[in-house]
Design a binder for this molecule. Structure first.
Ligand code: MRU
Length: 339
């Protein structure tokens, strides 16, 4: 059984595994209100593009369900609209948030009847979004096996495993599946500054799965590649533009440039729900900038003087020219993505 970072309570509210506490504590939080849901997104208690989409859908149901079910049709739709817009704006870079919320909106608007029927339909839609992502992850892991071979050494950045999705994961899912099949992959885990999604989350998942891995400071990736210790780079995506430019966790661009320099293939791994057909190229992707304290005082420990300005983008954009290919649930693709 793979881990899932969210669950329904029997009453129909949402539980999330608080990823800010990993790897030292495994604590679940119940999400009762829109404020709590937005706080969970903003604090990265739940994170990773596909998981954001699924949590957006489940969270929308969880936070409107009581009031909407008791409301007449127009009132229920208004409640859905209000919550949906706030959720879609919670994090600007991962397109999955807007993708999931728009799908929920369409389902609400297309459902006949009063509030109770709309809430029931939304719950079905959220379950479908989760189930589809699970199948999508499985298909990505399968297509990705074409890149695997016994003992392969993979460098990854951020966390793209079960914690970031509704299934086995995307980039990490490929490696986890290879491990299940006895290929004994080895993973180099970029710690992923400033919030350590690599060392806190990816390493935790790999340890649970019994996959060989080593954590490294992001700054050591260059030396690692120069030493010829990496066969393949696999990373996720928060948004893929029509021309193939990829927004992903900050630091991905550096890894991509290094991989090109040292002749190592670099693949972006993502479901097609992370592809944004409305976005022509990476210059049009909004990059989230985060609080200075994450850099200047990580975990409350001050490492830069009070008063020094901080630059803290959460994502960067890797140009399509640096990407060897895109592993999706439909196979390994190459731009332009006209379909
Ligand atoms: O800020 P985060 O932790 O949500 O950033 C996550 C990433 O950048 C992942 O690589 C991406 O969302 C893909 S997750 C399968």
């Amino acid at each position: 059984m793979h881990l899932h970072p969210f669950a329904w309570t029997p009453a129909g509210t949402l539980l999330i595994l608080d990823q800010t506490l990993l790897p030292t504590q495994e604590r679940w939080r119940e999400i009762h209100s829109l404020e709590a849901l937005l706080e969970a997104f903003g604090s990265l208690r739940v994170r990773g593009a596909p998981a954001l989409g699924i949590t957006a859908a489940m969270g929308l149901v969880a936070v409107v369900r009581e009031r909407a079910a008791a409301a007449p049709r127009a009132g229920a739709l208004a409640l859905v609209e209000e919550a949906a817009e706030a959720i879609a704006l919670a994090r600007p870079t991962a397109v999955n948030l807007r993708w999931a919320v728009d799908r929920m909106r369409r389902r609400a608007a297309g459902t006949a009847g009063e509030g109770d029927a709309i809430v029931a339909a939304l719950r079905q839609e959220a379950d479908a979004i989760w189930a589809e992502d699970q199948a999508t992850c499985a298909a990505i892991a399968e297509h990705g096996q074409a890149l695997m071979r016994p003992g392969i050494r993979v460098l990854t950045h951020c966390n793209t495993g079960a914690l970031a999705t509704g299934g086995i994961g995307t980039a990490l899912g490929i490696v986890l599946r290879a491990g299940e099949r006895g290929l004994d992959p080895e993973v180099w885990v970029d710690e992923t500054r400033p919030l350590f999604q690599g060392s806190r989350l990816t390493a935790w998942e790999l340890l649970r799965a019994g996959v060989r891995h080593t954590v490294l400071p992001d700054a050591a990736a260059a030396a690692l590649l120069a030493d010829g210790k990496v066969d393949l780079v696999l990373v996720g995506a928060d948004r893929v533009a029509r021309n193939g430019d990829v927004a992903n966790k900050v630091g991905t661009l550096g890894v991509a440039a290094l991989a090109r320099h040292f002749g190592v293939p670099f693949y972006s791994v993502a479901p097609t729900s992370s592809f944004d057909p409305a976005c022509p190229d990476g210059s049009r992707i909004t990059i989230e900038h985060r609080d200075a304290a994450e850099v200047a005082a990580p975990s409350g420990v001050r490492v830069a003087p009070e008063g020094s300005p901080v630059y803290n983008p959460a994502f960067d954009v890797t140009p399509a020219a640096l990407v060897t290919g895109y592993v999706t649930e439909r196979g390994i693709l190459h731009p332009p993505f006209e379909d």
